[in-house]
Design a protein around this ligand. Sequence first.
Ligand code: ACM
Ligand code: ZN
Length: 608
Amino acid sequence: VSRHFFDVEFIKRYIDLIALHKMNVFHWHLVDDQGWRIEIKKYPKLTEVGAWRVNKEDMPWSGREAAKPGEVADFGGFYTQEEIKEVVAYAATKHITVVPEIEMPAHVSSALAAYPEYSCTGGPFTVPTGGVWPITDIYCAGNDKTFEFIEDILTEVMELFPSEYIHVGGDEANKKEWKKCPLCQERIKKENLKDEAELQSYFMKRIERFISSKGRKMIGWDEILEGGLAPGAAVMSWRGFQGGVEAAKSGHYVVMTPVSHCYFDYYQGEPATEPKAFGGYTTLKKVYSFEPVPADLTREEAKYVLGAQANLWTEMVPTTTHAEYMVVPRMTALSEVLWSPVEKRDWEDFNTRLTHLKKHFDIMGINYAHGSYRIDIETSFNNSNSEASIRLTSEQIDPEIHYTLDSSEPTASSPLFSETIVTDKPVTVKAAIFKDGKPLGITYEKRICLSKATGKKVTYTNPPSNKYRAGGASTLVNGLTGSDIYSDGQWQGFEGNDMEVVIDLGAETSVKHLSAGFISSPSSWIFLPQYAEFFVSPDGITYTSAGKAVNEKLPSDQKNERITLSLDKLSLTARYVKVFAKNLGTCPAGHEGAGSKCWMFTDEIVVE
Ligand code: ACM
Ligand code: ZN
């Protein structure tokens, strides 16, 4: 409710939705940079100032200019303590506990706009009109008055919320000001702390002691693990599963909410056909595939997983109907995942049952999403007859999928997909879902590039990172090229190191063309290789270079793009082909990761 404010009436409707799905906790994110949403009697300016920002809604969220002197801050809102009590009581009638989140030490620009004296610099600050990144204006950890301020706030919060857990944020604090602040540096010395990460740990531990002295428990985002976790604290694992694993293994309770499956501010359908969302791509089917108990936990450790939750951050969600659209029916998928043992989960069955639930949503007037019109082009390769089988699936029930194999754009009169398509030649599949003669989504495309390497044995001398192994070594010669999305399960990622793989063609083979594909995504620290070099060998022992294919694109010019590095017009024979690709090594100057290891992603090696 911070990035966009929603009134009590909608909060109750939202609680109704949570209850309908038999979930029992409402995590209320009441504090963030763009708005302080809870009345605190002792500090009235928190809502007089912190709840309101200058309206810049007509500009993109990131890069909005700061409020200028004289501009009126009248966009926002807050809940009075009476309203908070009303919501907590209403939730209780539905057996729902409300867990309030009071962010610290970062995501508090709204509080510092009201009380700049609790920052390191003293301000002045205004409530940000849009995105803030990195978040450097944070509470001063060296000033004891900051802790008095926070403890006073938490005292009022605990009077309003009877929940066992109090959420204190802890995420995304940039320590730039702490590094410069004499008080923070003095605290580091006095408390014998190693660095600013340990200073954050000191901060959170001190708050944890206060909360547990009141008989409550603290929970925070997984950053609270850094520099040492407070003894009684629970963790909300959002940056993946690792924080949750670490917490549970050390005997701390954890709520799983990994970005990959549980961020409902992400797109749920093809971005081109959806309202603007934060980014990412988390379809209903992907949510349904979520397993909240990480596989690395033993049965005993798994007991520390309290459950899971989804998060709806609302920078791109200005209205209540839009909020409904983002959470329903992904919330339905999450609920079934959380209430069913893994062996009972069945996507097709769930999707069919959902059509009945949607009739209830219709009666309730809920603006639910229609699901994605994405087509998954699934293929398998049969080594014995060298044929590829192609299946087209989607989230829609009985979709009308039309496709082509000749690179032409599919229309409502192209062949209708009904059963597996089989090919022994390279083809480009293009497919879209149609209704009443019109496409519902975009056209999906996949190149099936059957070549002399397809299905052959691949060995690595230099393996990819465990995080991006795709389907293992065979992925590089499975006839399928990766899509524009590096995480689509076809691309293999090498972190900081080079790639070197050998393909055994099985027999002496004539070779005219050699190529390998690569993808870049600089915002994810993924860059194209410097070059690829191809080698041939009759025996797998002595190799001769067939040549180098150099990538001419400067790192600073790279966008999200796919390239093929290839050698053509060759006249060689080979039993073994070796492909070496040179990683850029470190992120280039000017990039946010400058000097750190960068990634190189590859897919599909072609031999003709
Ligand atoms: C978060 O998304 N920063 C918890
Ligand atoms: Zn400070």
